[in-house]
Design a protein around this ligand. Structure first.
Ligand code: MC0
Length: 147
């Protein structure tokens, strides 16, 4: 069951500059940052609030580390802006199978590793009204306490 907005992914060209914009404008601080080689991004997670399901909601700022990565390709075509939305679930495997059975293309056969050790998959934007949609199951509580 999808129980929260886990994050909104925002594509940017300069992660440090964008982090500074969110800090100076809204007071949001970096909770965690990492490079995800497989996804081709350097990212910063800004925690907005905890949620009633034991998880949290974040803004995820994404800078491509390769031009031919999903975010690199998207930036070249669209410029900076909202890249995807992610829903949180306690069971990404069950939810992705249920959604696949409804005829929506799930991009991965098995969930892959996302931010902070989470397990993630994506739904094709062309089957979701133009919105690239991610499903996320967070790592066990305590596995990642930030940075
Ligand atoms: C592409 N399209 C999008 C889109 N990206 N539409 C809405 N939102 C997006 N973000 C559209 C294009 O405009 C194009 O439409 C069509 O989809 C095909 O796009 P393409 O540029 O030819 O690229 P493809 O087909 O090679 O790849 C698109 C696809 C890919 C969605 C399959 O980007 C993908 O696998 N994304 C999932 C992984 C990802 O995004 N990783 C980065 C975040 P037209 O009409 O022109 O045909 S990593 C992340 O977020 C992790 C770290 C985490 O959360 O923990």
């Amino acid at each position: 069951m999808l129980t929260r907005i886990d994050h909104i992914g925002i594509a940017c060209r300069d992660l440090d500059k964008t982090v500074e914009f969110y800090r100076a404008t809204y007071g949001f601080e970096v909770f965690h940052s990492e490079v995800n080689e497989e996804q081709g991004v350097r990212e910063a997670m800004l925690k907005i609030n905890d949620t009633g399901d034991g998880g949290a909601s974040y803004l995820q700022l994404l800078e491509p580390i390769r031009e031919d990565s999903p975010v690199g390709k998207w930036l070249a075509k669209n410029g900076e802006g909202v890249h995807h939305i992610a829903f949180g679930t306690g069971d990404v495997d069950a939810d992705s199978e249920e959604i696949r059975a409804k005829g929506v293309r799930v991009l991965y056969d098995e969930p892959r590793i996302g931010s902070m050790g989470s397990r993630i998959t994506f739904l094709h934007p062309k089957d979701c009204g133009g919105v690239l949609t991610e499903l996320v199951t967070a790592a066990e509580p305590g596995a990642h306490e930030g940075h």
